[in-house]
Design a protein around this ligand. Structure first.
Ligand code: IDP
Ligand code: MG
Length: 158
C-alpha cells in the first residue's frame, strides 16, 4: 500500500511538471523595437493576451552569443547579418506562461515577414522588416525550454 501511494505521488508530480513545461514560451524584444521605445507597448500586448511574465531581463548579446542562439540558422544566407543585427542593441528577454503558450504566442506575433503578418499582430504593428521584426518567439516546447535557460537561471524564474 505504501509503495502504491508513493508511486501515485511521484507519477502525479512528474505529470504536473510536464504540464507546466508545455505552457511556457520564450521571447525577446529585438533591438529595433527596444531602440524605438516599443518595449512597454509590446509587453502590455503580451500581458493583455493572457501571458504571465515568468522571467524578464534587459541584456545585450555579443555577436558570438547571438550566433549560438541562432545556431540552427547557421547555413542560411542571412545568418551573418542576423547575428550582427541581434547584437546591435539591447534585447528584452522573457519567459512567458499561458495555456498553449508556444502556439498562442506565435499567433500573437504574426508571420516572420511583417508584410505577411495578420493585422493587429505584434510584428504587423512594430516590425520594420523581415530581419528587424520586433520580437522572437519559440517554435516548440523543447526550444522554449532551451532558449529560456540560455538567458535565465532557475532562481531568476518566478
Ligand atoms: P521566426 O523568428 O518567425 O521563427 P525564423 O525563420 O526562425 O523566423 O528566422 C529567425 C529570424 O531570422 C527571424 O525572426 C528574422 O529576424 C531573421 N530572418 C528570417 N528570414 C530572414 C530573411 O529572409 N532575411 C533576413 N532575416 C531573416
Ligand atoms: Mg524561429
Amino acid at each position: 500500500m505504501i509503495f502504491g501511494a508513493n508511486f501515485a505521488a511521484e507519477t502525479s508530480k512528474s505529470f504536473i511538471f510536464t504540464d507546466m513545461a508545455t505552457n511556457r514560451t520564450f521571447t525577446m524584444i529585438k533591438p529595433d523595437a527596444y531602440l524605438a521605445g516599443n518595449s512597454g507597448a509590446i509587453t502590455k500586448m503580451i500581458e493583455e493576451a493572457g501571458f504571465r511574465l515568468v522571467a524578464v531581463k534587459l541584456t545585450k548579446l555579443s555577436a558570438e552569443r547571438a550566433g549560438q542562439f541562432y545556431e540552427v540558422h547557421r547555413e542560411r544566407s542571412f545568418y551573418g547579418e542576423l547575428c550582427a543585427y541581434m547584437s546591435s542593441g539591447p534585447v528584452v528577454a522573457m519567459i512567458l506562461e499561458k495555456d498553449n503558450a508556444v502556439a498562442d504566442f506565435r499567433t500573437l506575433i504574426g508571420a516572420t515577414n511583417p508584410a505577411n503578418a495578420e493585422p493587429g499582430t505584434i510584428r504587423k504593428l512594430f516590425a520594420k522588416s523581415i530581419e528587424a521584426n520586433a520580437v522572437h518567439g519559440s517554435d516548440s516546447d523543447e526550444n522554449a525550454a532551451i532558449e529560456g535557460s540560455f538567458f535565465f537561471s532557475g532562481t531568476e524564474q518566478f
